[in-house]
Design a protein around this ligand. Sequence first.
Ligand code: SF4
Length: 446
Amino acid sequence: MAMTGLQIFKLLPKTNCGECGVPTCMAFAMKLAAKNAELAACPYASEEAIKTVGAASKPPIRLVKIGPPEREVLIGNETVMFRHDKTFVHPTAIAIAFADNEPLSNCGHGIAEVRDYCLERVGEQLRVNLVLVDNFSEEVKPFVDLVKTAAGSTGMGIILRSSNLDALEAGLKELPGQRPLIHAATPANADAVAALALKYDAPIVARAATIDELVALTTKLAALGLKDIVLDLPADNPAATLQYNTLIRKAALKNSFEPLGYPIINFVTALDDASVVADASTFLCKYGSIVVLDRIKLEVLLPLMMLRQNIYTDPQKPIQVDPKVYPIGETGKDSPVLVTTNFSLTYFLVSGEIENSGIPANLLVVDTEGMSVLTGWAAGKFSGEKVANAVKATDLADQGKHRIIIPGYVSQISGEIEEGLPGWEVLVGPGEASDLGSYMKIQDAR
Ligand code: SF4
């Protein structure tokens, strides 16, 4: 039964030592109540607290860690069905599969592409997260060779996929301390694969043909002492996978059904690229924690990376950049000063247009708590007074030309800025960032 933050607080030591990562016992109690923390983070919890709070605060979907510490991938720990209810927590890990019946040199080329792939968008680097090594040959040597190539070349977390126990163990031996994900324990081989997972301290995929079989399998694996489990319930088509994913998430969150309280792995099996993107997008949104693709193609990865970034940002905390002056190009004393907000999408659009114009400029980013220009203005976070104060807090007053360019959509704040910055000329720029280049060229010619 769920406990409130106050009920949990009463059972905590109330010393506010901060060792759990938050400053007070009350703050920790609130996190436990929201299932965003585990009681184990408090080293001073009493036996009574462990007994009473431990079960009640356990996250409904287990947090599973895959890969070496420096490239660790975290999945699970989700607490909501819908992103707008609060936020999704750990972004879906995108994995690329390579089969060991392909020539090693071909795989090595593809693995290098996985390693090097990086999309930069609004200040974040978006990458592939895992490599799946498939023991298609069912032989040990080619599997181990490919595992070595994948791990050695990328340093990334590896998913070992095989039904050959000797191959699995040989692969595990190559990856000490790297927590590869074992794929998979099935109702037929559960004891033997579980023994490998325990021996090598590796997370494990539980794969079954039906929900009932999956529940029985995870119950058995948990009884054997395995905690880090990932669910695989294959389906004939993406619609059925979507249904299974939703059913599993609902069972875990709404019914606190422990045998399904684990992250999910989905395999994309479509043939053409457009269908791969469509299916993978569906699983990214609902509720695949790992999505495995069989190809590395820029036109497939681009939409998936962008979608994942959008889905897994906290809707209550827009991505922000630091409020300060950003010199763009070789700025000098007469370089123009432009103003915008610290909503990162706005910042990257405006700075990109300034850069493209080829005219060096100082971009003053005002703290609007991550709101865009019009939203910030409507919320009183992007006022003339705030802009004037932001200018005063910098050394922009040393500029030769005391001239500042504000976004066209907030022309109404120009008077207030002039009042707050005597001696400064306030110019109203274009409303759209895309018109900045031509506007700046006209100003530059003045
Ligand atoms: S570690 Fe325990 S005692 Fe210390 S602040 Fe956190 S909950 Fe309180």
